[in-house]
Design a protein around this ligand. Structure first.
Ligand code: URA
Length: 308
């Protein structure tokens, strides 16, 4: 079987795993779909992790690479590095403005990995900085690491993470194409909800990640991430179905994969949200008057949300 055939088969198997009997195929022509599948199969394999400057936006604006100026080969994620001197101080007591001034993802990660700015450092195994590509066009934001993530230091590696990978694939995106992180970098004990103080202490890292990666689209997975990014207390149902903005970037809200595992009936709306991401990538942000109003239902899509 050709690469394209294998990928199409994997895509259909993923959709079967997600539940339901419908097959979701992106609106558009057969040739556009085939081109997308073929492009997935022809991209190069990921390189081993190494330090990176993490200035994706600047590189893209310089016009390298594929359509819309992206490099065709995903840049590697910076690996862990122990902080020294001044960075140790920042990890302990850095002000938000100091974290906002860190020059690249490798330095930001070094500070995050040593962070003791809130009490979660006492119970964590290790912080979970991010995964994927520092040069990504899409930044995926979840809530906080769970047990598997706390053990491995990699976001979304448990069951919800596997589902996330499949959901991304339905929009023609692989894990290595996107930047994946969480609002909180450390696991709350027993997976309890993040506390406002923890969010406040951790948010400078998320904001700096966003600015350094400079994605074209942000995706908030679940109520908690969406509320944090958008600064609202709205339900997920009210936030879904339109394009928001987070720090100047088009932002799409969808269900958390953990909620989806418990509610396979939410697969179709999630798929639709990810097609919205695809459209933003392919066509750019909507003009004035677009993006409003499709609306979702009024259910809770956070990892702990079961519909209420
Ligand atoms: N849930 C999240 O929100 N983030 C993870 O990394 C894993 C599960």
């Amino acid at each position: 079987m050709s690469d394209a055939g294998r990928l199409l088969r994997a895509h259909l198997l993923h959709q079967r795993t997600l539940g339901g009997t419908e097959v979701f195929v992106a609106p558009g022509t057969r040739d556009a779909l085939l081109a997308r599948v073929a492009a997935l199969g022809s991209e190069p394999a990921r390189e081993p992790a190494a330090a990176s400057s993490g200035t994706g936006g600047a590189r893209r604006r310089a016009g390298e690479g594929t359509p819309r100026g992206r490099a065709s080969r995903p840049a590697p994620m910076p690996g862990p590095a122990p902080p020294t001197g001044e960075l140790r101080r920042l990890a302990r007591e850095g002000e938000a403005e100091e974290i906002a001034a860190l020059p690249d993802l490798a330095t930001l990660r070094a500070v995050s990995d040593a962070c003791t700015r809130c009490a979660l450092h006492e119970s964590r195994t290790r912080p979970v900085f991010a995964d994927g590509s520092p040069d990504a066009r899409v930044m995926c934001v979840g809530e906080a690491p769970g047990q598997r993530e706390d053990e491995t230091g990699v976001p979304f590696v448990g069951r919800a993470g596997k589902l996330l990978d499949r959901l991304l694939l339905s929009a023609g995106l692989r894990r290595r194409d996107v930047f994946i992180c969480n609002v909180l970098k450390c696991r709350p004990p027993g997976n309890r909800n993040p506390q406002p103080e923890e969010i406040e202490r951790c948010s400078p890292f998320l904001r700096r990640q966003l600015d350094l990666v400079d994605p074209d689209v942000v995706v908030a997975f679940g109520t908690f991430a969406a509320r944090t990014l958008l600064g609202t207390a709205d339900s997920l149902g009210r936030m879904r179905g339109r394009v928001h903005e987070f720090r100047g970037r088009p932002t799409v809200v969808t269900y958390h994969p953990a909620a989806l595992l418990r509610n396979p009936g939410w697969t179709r709306p999630t798929w639709e949200d990810l097609q919205r991401v695809r459209t933003l990538l392919d066509d750019g942000p909507p003009g004035e008057g677009h993006g409003g109003g499709a609306g979702g239902d009024d259910r809770n899509g956070g990892p702990g949300g079961d519909g209420g």
